[in-house]
Design a protein around this ligand. Structure first.
Ligand code: HEC
Ligand code: HEC
Length: 202
């Protein structure tokens, strides 16, 4: 399994590195997203209004591409995405990624009122756990590392607990190691803090 993951990652990276710049087509991606009704769950313009469903607007294209391939190959298990990604070609995945990466990020529509003490604790945890080292100091992400600023708080809580409990694995085990043994209240503080970070575009 580890070998398969590494091989897929290598293949995805090679594809990204070798594909001419013109090959990703955001307009084609927009048409496909419309045909497949991605907005039905991920929201108009990629800002999710549904519980535990992540916003996609402004995610790095490489992150979206890789996650779609992980879904398609059943390496990241999360219905309905495994089902929905079946049959998508690498080209279609890259087009979808280019489309969502180009959309402007925005605060989650259900943003809870900011709790100063909780946000402060989240900020301290983020600093001591080096979240900004990989996700960048303003948490906008880069390459295969996702944007986590202004993501939905409920999705952040859900997915951080999944990493901790080894229910979600990525192409590497970084996040499982980061979240190992982290209690629920610390996860809640991190999620609250990150959901309230400004939704800066690149
Ligand atoms: C029926 C609802 C539904 C539809 C339609 C849908 N998605 Fe999703 N999607 C989800 C859910 C739920 C998750 C989160 C799964 C989890 O990790 O718990 C998700 C996760 C994702 C992720 C991972 C994002 C992240 O931050 O981890 C990507 C990328 C994605 N979807 C892309 C798409 C694209 C592209 C389409 C259209 C082709 C689409 N989705 C259509 C429900 C949907
Ligand atoms: C060593 C680098 C590294 C550090 C440190 C790190 N992350 Fe990550 N993070 C990643 C990578 C790589 C991914 C994508 C992994 C995958 O494919 O699932 C990720 C994914 C995530 C996701 C999933 C987002 C989504 O939309 O699916 C969240 C949430 C997240 N990280 C939060 C955090 C928080 C909070 C911290 C600090 C407590 C942190 N990360 C520290 C590298 C890191």
């Amino acid at each position: 399994m580890t070998f398969l993951r590494s091989a897929l990652l290598a293949a995805a990276l090679a594809a990204g590195a070798l594909t001419p710049a013109a090959a990703q087509d955001a307009a084609r991606g927009a048409a496909l997203a419309e045909a497949r009704n991605c907005a039905g769950c991920h929201g108009a313009a990629g800002i999710s209004e549904l519980e535990k469903i992540p916003s996609l607007a402004g995610q790095p294209a490489e992150f979206i591409t890789l996650q779609m391939i992980l879904f398609r190959e059943n390496l990241r298990q999360a219905e309905p995405m495994n089902q929905l990604s079946q049959g998508l070609t690498d080209q279609q995945v890259e087009d979808l990624a280019a489309h969502f990466a180009a959309l402007a990020p925005a605060p989650p529509p259900d943003l809870a009122p900011r709790d100063a003490a909780l946000a402060e604790r989240g900020q301290q945890l983020s600093a001591s756990m080096n979240c900004g080292v990989c996700h960048l100091p303003d948490y906008r992400g880069r390459n295969q590392i996702p944007r986590i600023a202004a993501q939905r708080e409920d999705f952040l809580r859900h997915t951080l607990a999944q990493y901790r409990d080894s229910q979600r694995r990525g192409t590497d085990t970084n996040m499982n190691a980061v979240m190992y043994g982290v209690p629920d209240d610390a996860i809640a503080a991190l999620a609250h803090y990150l959901a309230h970070q400004p939704a800066r575009a690149e």
